[in-house]
Design a protein around this ligand. Structure first.
Ligand code: SF4
Length: 643
């Protein structure tokens, strides 16, 4: 029986387990990436493993998230990352070099290799044929320490593309269509593998837009074949030597199939506040727009910026619309400048922001009160734009550019502009001066830690009997942004767990942290897909610091489930999802750990309501022991030596 692309790469990297669907497999990780928002903690975790240098083929530390330097905290984090990279053998990508996923795709991604990143949009590198997976910082730290990464063997979905995109319809519309069909939960436990004749019509940048936002379906990752288009792209990057052909076998067997005729797609948007809230632009045309933000790891490629510049050239942005653009990387910014696009954008009234995440993560470019912001980014969660009243519509560069011109959401096909045909320049501006290589004398590197960089909190092993109150009860699709908000107020606290823990659930329940501390911890009760969104492990680590013992949910998002395990919080699933109604906030719950075996059913007692509620533990392999040990670092110390 033939193999899919995903199976081929997993097979080549398999260290433990067999590739039976749903079974646990451990794979070798070739490359890792971290960024500053998750990376300082990942570096502290790497340090805690006791290894002296990274064991991967390549590990890169990027600075792209916390760029605002209004006090010492963020620059201290940048300096700490630079020192730790020099000491532990990572390449350091300086602030200004660009967004980790863009820069990694340009300079380091290799078809057929594995990449683990402490960022949920790591699958961007799937656009070049890499098996690229987002994970919590601790999992990435352990991969840097040379340990395999364990995942559940995913189902493989064949996304069969036919036809060709029409003018003013682009890669963003493809992934919005996938989200419209399968929702933000539809990819959980799966890899989306793009095949079919339509693939040949998509450049690597367009493929990367699609694999990037596959993260919003909850998928383990997304991947495209490595073909002549990939080869050309690598050649333009001066890296053709890394090209290998990579295709699924003709007789590969897929678990599910989605058919998309690219020619039939039309411009779409995702309305607030979920990326699967997708409608055709026509349905919301005429909605007043206050702000447009171009950028993010999803849509700030050279192709995107040249397209936007083409549409805005010789025009002025609408007087009611504030417009900002963050290029994906320094290379893209320089190249777009060389092509005259930056000049055209500035002339039109666009504000050129840094080559960074910036506004995408709620920093530095928020819309006004109750404002509508059309963004080319990947997430429109509540509060993600920097404040709770902003309403973000996710759109393609073409739709966002049309809104700049008209001041309202507009179908770009209705504007009298010639379509733009992007051709990748054969010789890009390549300047690797913003990378700093690891120190040749790591033992002589002194790591400078600012006062905001606090040591990792100690974690006690779990006691046999969990007893406490329900601290909060939340509904379906709670994101890590709800649990541990991003934005300029919170991101600088990522290296300081006691300080950031003050803000857990702040956007939905401002008293949560105070209550959790007063009650010395307790339980969280949640609906479906708890912890979707970003990979931030602080959404597990900070609640654990506050004493959260267990989360009982209808279901969990993949990365967050792993993060709960890594920090010793017990995840439990309602055996009957209607039992969610049998628990309220402040109820006292008791759970006896000793009754629990992996996958078996157990009983949670609600003393307040005098009820017994059947629950299951959704863990596999050693994960239950990891939780009982109080988290992965404790478990590793008990079980292995990493030196
Ligand atoms: Fe940065 Fe936004 Fe991409 Fe996250 S989603 S890596 S914040 S650009």
């Amino acid at each position: 029986m033939g193999l899919t692309l995903t199976e081929k790469i997993i097979k080549n990297h398999l260290i433990k387990g067999n590739m039976t669907k749903g079974a646990s497999v451990a794979i070798k990780i070739d490359q890792t990436l971290i960024q500053d928002a998750t990376g300082t903690m990942a570096m502290l975790e790497l340090e805690a493993t006791g290894v002296r240098s990274v064991k991967t083929e390549l590990s890169v530390a990027y600075v792209d998230h916390n760029m605002i330097q209004e006090d010492f905290k963020n620059p201290d984090d940048h300096r700490f990352l630079q020192d730790m990279a020099a000491k532990y053998g990572l390449v350091f990508s300086r602030p200004g070099n660009g967004i980790c996923h863009h820069v990694h795709l340009e300079r380091f991604a290799v078809p057929g290799k594995t990449l683990l990143g402490s960022d949920s949009h790591t699958p961007t590198a799937g656009g070049i044929g890499m098996l690229a997976i987002g994970a919590g910082g601790l999992d990435v730290a352990l991969a840097m320490a040379g340990m395999p990464f364990t995942l559940i063997m995913p189902k493989i979905v064949k996304v069969h593309l036919t036809g060709k995109l029409s003018p003013f319809v682009s890669a963003k519309d493809v992934i919005l269509e996938v989200l419209r069909r399968i929702s933000v939960k539809g990819g959980v436990g799966k890899v989306l593998e793009y095949c079919g004749p339509g693939v040949k019509s998509l450049s690597v940048s367009e493929r990367a837009t699609i694999t990037n936002m596959g993260a919003e379906t909850g998928a383990t990752t997304s991947i495209f074949q490595s073909d002549d288009i990939t080869r050309e792209w690598l050649r333009a990057q001066g890296r053709e030597r890394y090209w290998v052909p990579l295709y699924p076998d003709d007789d590969a067997v897929y678990d599910e199939e989605i058919d998309i005729d690219l020619s039939s797609l039309e411009p779409m948007v995702a309305k607030p506040f979920l990326p699967d809230n997708v409608v055709s632009v026509k349905e919301v045309a005429g909605t007043r727009v206050d702000q447009v933000m171009f950028g993010s790891c999803t849509n700030s490629s050279l192709r995107d910026i040249l397209t936007i510049a083409h549409m805005l050239k010789g025009r002025r942005i609408h007087p009611n619309v504030d417009v900002g653009l963050s290029p994906g990387s320094k290379q893209i910014l320089l190249q777009a400048g060389a092509e005259g696009a930056i000049e055209d954008l500035i002339a039109a009234g666009v504000r050129i922001l840094e080559a960074s995440c910036g506004a995408c993560v709620g920093m530095g470019f928020a819309p006004p009160t109750d404002g509508v912001s059309v963004r080319t980014i990947n997430r429109n969660f509540y509060g993600r734009c920097g404040h709770a009243s902003g309403k973000v519509y996710l759109a393609s560069p073409e739709v966002a550019a049309a809104a700049c011109i008209t001041g309202v959401i507009t179908d770009p096909r209705g504007i009298c502009i010639e379509p733009y045909h992007f051709e990748m320049p054969s010789n890009l501006i390549i300047d690797e001066g913003m990378f700093i290589a690891p120190s040749p004398e790591p033992e002589r590197v002194t790591v400078r830690r600012g006062p905001n960089i606090k040591p990792l909190p100690e974690m006690e092993p779990m006691s046999n009997k969990l007893d406490g109150q329900v601290l909060i009860k939340v509904g379906d699709d709670i994101t890590t942004d709800h649990i541990m908000p991003a934005g300029a107020k919170f991101l600088p606290l990522r290296s300081n767990i006691p300080a950031i823990a003050e803000h857990v659930f702040e956007v939905v329940d401002p008293d949560f942290s105070k209550r959790a501390k007063e009650l010395k911890g307790g339980f969280i009760v949640a609906g479906m897909n708890y912890g979707q969104g970003s990979s931030r492990e602080h959404a597990a680590l900070a609640p654990r610091y506050l004493g959260v013992k267990a989360v009982i949910a209808k279901s969990f998002a993949r990365i967050h489930l792993a993060n709960l395990v890594n920090f010793g919080i017990l995840p439990l699933i309602f055996a009957n999802i209607e039992d969610y109604e049998k628990i309220d906030r402040d109820d006292r719950l008791v759970f006896d750990i000793s009754q629990l075996n992996v996958e078996s059913q157990a009983v949670l007692r609600n003393l307040t309501k005098n009820m017994e509620i059947p629950v299951k533990c959704p863990l596999s392999g050693d994960d239950l022991d990891v939780v009982k040990a109080g988290g992965k670092l404790n478990w590793i110390k008990l079980n292995t030596s990493t030196n």
